[in-house]
Design a protein around this ligand. Sequence first.
Ligand SMILES: Nc1ncnc2c1ncn2[C@@H]1O[C@H](COP(=O)(O)OP(=O)(O)OP(=O)(O)O)[C@@H](O)[C@H]1O
Length: 263
Amino acid sequence: MNHPAPGAARVTGLTVRHRKALALDAVDLDFGTGVHGLLGPNGAGKTSLIRVLATVAKPDGGRVELFGQDMTGHRERSAARRRLGYLPQEFGYYPGFTVREFVSYVAWLKEMPSERTAAAVERAVRRVGLADRIDAKVRTLSGGMVRRVGIAQAVVNDPDVLLLDEPTAGLDPEQRVAFRELLRELGTGCTVIVSTHLVEDVAAACTEVTLMESGRVAYRGTPAALTELGAAAPDADPGANPIERGYTAALRDHRTATAGARK
Ligand SMILES: Nc1ncnc2c1ncn2[C@@H]1O[C@H](COP(=O)(O)OP(=O)(O)OP(=O)(O)O)[C@@H](O)[C@H]1O
């Protein structure tokens, strides 16, 4: 039997605890080229997974591999970080920096060659639609614009794995549409993992959906397959859009299966 080649980001038996809370419970996931939407209720474990993949948190159990390398060693983590882009859920920035200064600083942290930095910063800022504010101080920007600066700093090094934790929170509808287009473009050559509560972002931009629930993977498939699941659900909420119905149906199936397994 042929096994597909492992993706650029892979976790096996990944367990993360926060004091008594089990945030991830022996999760196995493999992410290859494309845009992967991470969905799930509050507290499902999405941020915990992204933080481990970004190498900012250590797992309590299991294995994390990026670019085929185990992330236990300091040297491997440092090498992987240069090829990662990461937008945390709560994104820290320096309000007194201009957009250009801040994104350049991140490029420097990623050890980008200095002769490439200026053009890469301009391109990243242009990609998020902030070219006209590049020399504005970050503190003078709106919340949605600051989020876009966060996306720009995450893509400045042309990462091979891009991790975005709720990137569309606070974006206006026009910017969300533009952002989905950027995601689709990025996903053609890179592994993008994006957590969101906006199920329609997943329908519009993702090649694969991973639905988390209570630290486990509840569903994995294409957005089209999730939509089909919703269409087949007997008591679907008529007010919900097709993929939202799929989301609800997949969660319900997972909860039923988990409750059945406990009996
Ligand atoms: N710093 C922390 N201290 C204690 N418990 C935590 C901490 N961070 C997360 N948790 C717990 O771990 C579990 C997973 O949380 P996580 O933030 O990964 O979920 P999430 O899917 O990202 O949620 P949300 O959609 O609300 O952002 C939850 O039960 C949460 O309460």
